[in-house]
Design a protein around this ligand. Sequence first.
Ligand SMILES: *[C@@H]1O[C@H](CO)[C@@H](O)[C@H](O)[C@H]1NC(C)=O
Ligand SMILES: *[C@@H]1O[C@H](CO)[C@@H](O)[C@H](O)[C@H]1NC(C)=O
Ligand SMILES: *[C@@H]1O[C@H](CO)[C@@H](O)[C@H](O)[C@H]1NC(C)=O
Ligand SMILES: *[C@@H]1O[C@H](CO)[C@@H](O)[C@H](O)[C@H]1NC(C)=O
Ligand SMILES: *[C@@H]1O[C@H](CO)[C@@H](O)[C@H](O)[C@H]1NC(C)=O
Ligand SMILES: *[C@@H]1O[C@H](CO)[C@@H](O)[C@H](O)[C@H]1NC(C)=O
Ligand SMILES: *[C@@H]1O[C@H](CO)[C@@H](O)[C@H](O)[C@H]1NC(C)=O
Ligand SMILES: *[C@@H]1O[C@H](CO)[C@@H](O)[C@H](O)[C@H]1NC(C)=O
Length: 422
Amino acid sequence: MDQIKLDKDMQQCKITVLFGRELCLRITKLIRGSSTFPVTTTIVLCLSLSFFVMTLGIFINNGARKFLFSDESYFLMPPLQPSSCSCCLCNNSSSAASLQPSPFKSSSGSRGLEDWMIGPEELWHEMSDEELMWRASMVPRISKYPNNRTRKVAFMFLSRGSLPLGPLWEMFFKGYAGLYSVYLHTSPEFTKEPPETSVFYKRKIPSKPVKWGQATMMNAERRLLANALLDFSNERFVLLSETCIPLFNFTTIYSYLINSNHSFVGSFDDPRPMGRGRYNKRMWPMISLSDWRKGNQWFEVHRKLAIEIVSDVTYYPIFQNHCKPPCYMDEHYLATIVTKTHPDINSNRSITWVDWSKGGSHPTRFVRKDVSEEFLNRMRHGFNCTYNGSMTTACFLFARKFQPNTLEPLLKLAPTLLGFNP
Ligand SMILES: *[C@@H]1O[C@H](CO)[C@@H](O)[C@H](O)[C@H]1NC(C)=O
Ligand SMILES: *[C@@H]1O[C@H](CO)[C@@H](O)[C@H](O)[C@H]1NC(C)=O
Ligand SMILES: *[C@@H]1O[C@H](CO)[C@@H](O)[C@H](O)[C@H]1NC(C)=O
Ligand SMILES: *[C@@H]1O[C@H](CO)[C@@H](O)[C@H](O)[C@H]1NC(C)=O
Ligand SMILES: *[C@@H]1O[C@H](CO)[C@@H](O)[C@H](O)[C@H]1NC(C)=O
Ligand SMILES: *[C@@H]1O[C@H](CO)[C@@H](O)[C@H](O)[C@H]1NC(C)=O
Ligand SMILES: *[C@@H]1O[C@H](CO)[C@@H](O)[C@H](O)[C@H]1NC(C)=O
Ligand SMILES: *[C@@H]1O[C@H](CO)[C@@H](O)[C@H](O)[C@H]1NC(C)=O
């Protein structure tokens, strides 16, 4: 509107000048033609007319100038206060925010690459799962990072509510800010927020209900991966539960994962009914019995594989339709598709220790009296496996299932045995 007004004023100004000149010429012609007026009269008339026109021009020009350079410079710098919405695209401030690329870090002026790579400071969003997976599936076409990207490990906790072993994890993470990110998927009713000093503070992602053994479990795992992928500095992604504990200190676990050439997705061919017996012929030809694998739900993957998992629109619907109890998606989906599509980048073993020795459909739960130095050391060094192509006894970095009453003895053992910062 204001722009239009200015244009009008300018036009008026031009018209006035043109009109003045035209008038002057006509009068001159008229006078010359009739030749009844004396020459001096003509000159005086013309001069005074020009003076009048010039004065009028200056007056109008000043008006426009004042408009242009006044304090409320509307045209030069549209004010961005959300209250006076001069941005023509947006009706309110929240839609203005969504038009910007992302609510990245740093409002303090610096807008370096780091501000665009590190994911949104606020984890909460209103994207649907479909929208989230699409956004998370994006990959830079230039594969070499232009800066010294600090690679982080994303610790993704899948839990019902609060984490009873939280204090052990707080101790584990202490002093390593910048090398990890924490994500928490809980049941939606759980809204309690830990204190601001906690590593879990505001790390909850938009969550949906999860039922044991059903597709909702796998949906939650993909939701965690997708949220963690939004942060480009996350390089490795570990899934953990509220009953998991770390078996080594942060530096050991970090370098074990970051330096490994392989992901750790448990995957093996189980010929028994609880393995191959769960294969559904309707999955054929996309998935054949020879593709079918089983594995521990608690996985660890690197970024490349995480992107493959959230972008899978081929196999995921097949599993959703044809792997229903007694086929458990969380035990077969990743094991099968990782082996089928990326066998070369998987170690085929899980790094989370679970005790299935007692049989049944749930692993052993450990209580207070089970926790001892000897017990923990057996999990830390009691196995043989390959790491990056060579033999090692450190095969497990995490273990489950630890009941809440194990917290106290674990906290006691942590500084010496696990080497946590006291
Ligand atoms: C702004 O609001 C008007 C009605 O109030 C609506 O017609 C228009 O589409 C809105 N524009 C945007 C960008 O949301
Ligand atoms: C602003 O826009 C958001 C969606 O972008 C909408 O949910 C909200 O109700 C709007 N607020 C007002 C005051 O129009
Ligand atoms: C990355 O770090 C190396 C060694 O520390 C340094 O030589 C190089 O200039 C750094 N590059 C950038 C883009 O910061
Ligand atoms: C972590 O543990 C390893 C051995 O397990 C030890 O060599 C290292 O010094 C520990 N790191 C810290 C920071 O305590
Ligand atoms: C594992 O292999 C990769 C690739 O060769 C190498 O970069 C990394 O240092 C190795 N890690 C260890 C712990 O040897
Ligand atoms: C690491 O993986 C890459 C490709 O996956 C492979 O070329 C390389 O040989 C591997 N290195 C080791 C030490 O396994
Ligand atoms: C994991 O299994 C796949 C398929 O069976 C195989 O190709 C791959 O070499 C295995 N990985 C390791 C580290 O043994
Ligand atoms: C691991 O390998 C070592 C040496 O090969 C052997 O002495 C030990 O018994 C093995 N441990 C297990 C649990 O198999």
